[in-house]
Design a protein around this ligand. Structure first.
Ligand code: AMP
Length: 462
């Protein structure tokens, strides 16, 4: 096996909404112009399914990765959720795998149950006219019915590593005919401690296979995994102007600890957005969710200690709009496929710029405008610059009149005349003043854009 990695870089063209892609093999120049799915040699059956799904043109990662994948080459792609990566490997699998075989032909390894369900849903839609069958398999539920489904015969198995190993040990998962393996969110699988399981599973898949690896980050561990498990993989990088950021207005607020919740409530009250709110820890997620519920917001929490079925229920409620605020940790929220999120609020600042990009990638998707507001503590403000440097996009100070509010328990006995009574017991909330000399500026009237022009950050943000 030759240990060697080629590189393909994609970027987005400006003219007539066409997507240009610069494919460089070890950076030698070759430029292709792609205007639609047909240019990628995708079959009409799959294009019809894509059209039914409302897809009009390929995303940059699809442009870069599908031709390489259709040639049968191994590749690893640095692509976040929201870039169209499932459609990328789904298209490759549907082209290269014959439907209706007795044993599974494609294996998609995936970190969580939620993702397994999402990928299964998307592959089922994509394969509407091709006749491929697909099954999602994960832990935390009975293994017997899953084994039954596998015995009946299926083309594509989308499975979490732990459950794949259990099924293999029971001889219920036959990997002897697998010709394509996908490692989806490989970095997350490594973070979750699945490295040994992955190596075990891959050791049981025929050596003569195509391996596709997708990861939001490219750590040395990921590169090592790629080199160990792949044959001369092409490396696909989506350029820094990730499409997920293009439609998202980014704002920040600087507030002390006591003021954060008031800032959040003011944002949530402004236009009743469908919002995902990020906290550092599971405990903070629980605490904040409780407070929001006490304030009568429809809120739900997701983090790793909440049972899978409850998490799924919360996500379903958020998708159908019965919950407007989803409070989450980074790990729980990664990979969620939820469109039409109006706003992401970083209630706790992200620990690094890449985390910021993952978080705000939840909004501004599928052609809709989004908004991201990050609440920084005074001592965290240098991060604003670091994030701007990472994304190449400005983050503007949000002019906002933050409305202080009493503790929910106190509110029950307070009267409008009493006003908020928080100040009597705790430290006073403190906000960064906006550049016009006061802290009484305006929140955008509408999150869909009425006052989102923002302007450059005021001097205090520098
Ligand atoms: P993923 O990166 O696979 O999580 O995809 C994110 C979302 O983008 C999913 O809802 C897909 O259905 C959608 N999507 C994927 N490819 C396209 C495309 N070419 N045009 C429009 N939407 C797409």
């Amino acid at each position: 096996m030759r240990k060697h990695i080629n590189t393909v870089i994609t970027t987005k063209g400006r003219k007539q909404n066409r997507l240009f892609f610069y494919s460089s093999f070890l950076f030698s120049q070759r430029v292709n112009i792609v205007t639609g799915f047909a240019d990628l040699q995708i079959s009409q059956e799959i294009i019809s399914a894509m059209n039914d799904m409302g897809w009009e043109e390929p995303t940059p990662v699809q442009i870069a990765a599908i031709p390489t994948g259709l040639k049968g080459e191994d590749m690893f792609a640095q692509a976040q959720t929201g870039t169209g990566k499932t459609g990328t490997y789904g298209t490759i699998i549907l082209h290269r795998v014959r439907p209706g075989m007795r044993a599974p032909s494609a294996l998609v390894l995936i970190p969580t149950r939620e993702l397994a369900n999402q990928v299964h849903e998307e592959l089922s839609k994509l394969s509407r006219f091709t006749g491929h069958t697909c099954v999602p398999i994960y832990g935390g539920v009975g293994i017997g019915p899953q084994a039954d489904k596998l015995r009946k015969g299926v083309d594509i198995v989308v499975v979490t590593p732990g459950r794949a190993k259990d099924l293999m040990n029971r001889n219920d998962l036959d990997l002897s005919k697998i010709s394509i393996v996908v490692l989806d969110e490989a970095d997350r699988m490594l973070d979750m401690g699945f490295a040994r399981d992955l190596n075990f599973i891959l050791s049981k898949v025929p050596k003569k296979r195509q391996t596709l690896l997708f990861s939001a980050t490219m750590s040395p561990e990921i590169k090592q995994l790629a080199l160990r498990q792949m044959d001369r993989p092409q490396e696909i990088l989506v350029s820094r102007d990730e499409p997920v950021l293009d439609l998202t207005k980014q704002y920040y607020i600087v507030a002390n600890r006591e003021a954060k919740r008031d800032a959040l409530c003011t944002i949530l009250d402004a236009d009743k957005p469908k919002a995902i709110v990020f906290c550092h820890t599971k405990r903070r997620v629980d605490q904040l969710t409780k407070k929001l519920l006490a304030y009568d917001y429809t809120a739900g929490a997701i983090h790793g200690d909440i049972a899978q079925n409850k998490r799924e229920r919360v996500i379903r409620s958020f998708k159908d709009g019965s919950i407007k605020v989803l409070v989450a940790t980074d790990v729980a929220a990664r990979g969620l496929d939820i469109d039409a999120v109006d706003c992401v609020v970083n209630f706790d600042a992200p620990d690094e710029p890449d985390t910021y990009v993952h978080r705000i990638g939840r909004t501004g998707r599928a052609g809709k405008e989004g908004m991201a507001v990050s609440i920084f503590l005074p001592e965290e403000r240098q991060m604003i610059r670091e994030i701007e440097h990472r994304t190449g996009k400005p983050i503007d100070l949000l002019d906002i009149e933050i409305v202080p509010r009493p503790e929910p328990a106190i509110r029950k006995v307070s009267t409008p005349q009493n006003g908020p009574s928080r100040g009597a017991s705790g430290p006073r909330p403190r906000f960064e003043k906006s550049g016009n000399g006061g802290n009484r500026a305006r929140l955008p009237r509408s999150l869909s854009g009425a006052r989102m022009d923002g302007g450059r950050p005021r001097s205090k943000a520098q």
